[in-house]
Design a protein around this ligand. Structure first.
Ligand SMILES: *Cc1c(COP(=O)(O)O)cnc(C)c1O
Length: 391
């Protein structure tokens, strides 16, 4: 009997090593990795510069403490600030922790404005994590069920519904922030249109609310810009990062600008591991590789190739509802639950995930080549066609 807590319905596959966009299992079978550990392995597997950075740092020092200066942390904060135009970074170890920091900032901001019980507007189908505050912010009952009482202070609206948000602002004077993903990942790869993003920014400015963008999944170049909000040219007050930030070494970041800058002082927040030298070395290597190898441009062209290839291969196939996304964050929505496709794809040597029950989700490494895109399309399209024809 396994001594692991039963928190995941795992496929019975274990990988021993990876090379680029391929993973190998214990039997030596290879798998095209179109999931990247859920948007984590930004640089694929065994990327030479990343391995070198991690090994080199491990041989120097792994961890000191945030009680001392950590120059690598300052350098990584500089890179995030440069890519985003934002100001300050707090480092932690995961997406939910980054969002916890953002939620605390929003409450701090509310209190400074004299709001006694500050509330945050959040979206239906949002995913923000599994800690108590972030599961309360998450717009999925399954994530919350059994963990009541939920953390208070969240008001939910339909995704992309600016009028619903405006209406709340008219009646409720206790709002401190709006928190959302510019592309919902777990919610089914739903893209916030640019007009909505700009309207939301204007409304937050008008009301003095913080605009908080959860970029944990869509950030770090995946959508064809460093960050998802850059497509609309609006800057949030708070942005959270994690998954792809250090290509597989655990890290999270809460980034601030504008009204959110300077809200925390010593004693307000902290993390033992957050931004330790090993994680920051991996983060810096990730930034370097994205810039040096033009991986954001690559995400645009290869993402387009995948979407176009799938659109052609699935043209006229009944049951394909939509093919959407930006860059290398892609969803193929079907007209029925398709959870079985994850296992079937793995059997055939392709790694992907199903999200929101009916959406095949692709999150390939930013190092995917046009040839990899072709391989992916030629493996996936027949699988989807077969599933829709025969179940
Ligand atoms: C994965 C994810 C999280 C949670 O990140 P963890 O590192 O698992 O805590 C939060 N927000 C979004 C958008 C995510 O995709």
């Amino acid at each position: 009997m396994s001594h692991l807590m039963n928190t995941y319905a795992r496929l019975p596959v274990a990988f021993t090593h990876g090379e680029g966009v391929w993973l190998y299992d214990e039997a030596g079978k290879r798998y095209l990795d179109a999931l990247s550990g859920i948007a984590v392995n930004t640089l694929g597997h065994n990327h030479p510069a990343l391995v070198k950075a991690i090994a080199g740092q491990a041989a120097r020092v792994l961890h000191t403490s945030n009680l001392y200066a950590i120059p690598l942390q300052e350098q990584l904060a500089d890179r995030i600030a440069e890519a985003s135009g934002m100001d300050e970074v707090f480092f932690c170890n995961s997406g939910c922790e980054a969002n916890e920091a953002a939620i605390k900032l929003a409450r701090m901001h509310g209190h400074q404005k004299g709001i006694e019980l500050p509330h945050i507007i959040v979206m239906e189908n949002a995913f923000h994590g599994r800690t108590l505050a972030t599961l309360s912010a998450t717009g999925n009952r399954k994530t919350q069920a059994g963990f009541e009482p939920l953390v208070q202070g969240f008001i939910r609206v339909p995704y992309r519904d600016i009028e619903a948000i405006r209406k709340i602002g008219e009646h409720n004077h206790g709002i401190a922030a709006v928190m959302l993903e510019m592309i919902q990942g777990e919610g089914g790869v739903n893209v916030a249109d640019e007009a909505f993003q700009r309207d939301l920014r204007a409304l937050c400015d008008e009301k003095g609310w913080l605009m908080i963008c959860d970029e944990v999944q869509c950030g770090m170049g995946r959508t064809g810009k460093w960050f998802g909000w850059q497509h609309a040219g609006v800057m949030p007050d708070v942005m959270t990062l994690a998954k792809g930030l250090a290509s597989g070494v655990p890290i999270g970041a809460c980034v601030t600008a504008g009204k959110a800058k300077g809200l925390f002082g010593p004693g307000n927040h902290g993390s033992t591991f957050g931004g330790n030298p090993l994680a920051c070395a991996a983060g810096l290597a990730t930034f370097d590789a994205i810039v040096d190898d033009k991986l954001i441009e690559n995400a645009v062209t290869v993402g387009e190739a995948i979407r176009k290839g799938l659109a052609e291969a699935l043209d006229g196939v009944a049951g394909v509802v939509d093919i959407r996304g930006r860059g290398l964050m892609i969803g193929i929505e079907l007209d029925r639950p398709c959870g079985v496709l994850m296992e079937r794809a793995a059997e055939q040597g392709l790694l992907l995930s199903i999200t929101s029950e009916r959406v095949v989700r692709l999150l390939p490494a930013l190092t995917f080549t046009p040839a990899d895109a072709q391989t992916l399309v030629s493996m996936l399209a027949p699988m989807i066609r077969d599933f829709l024809a025969r179940g």
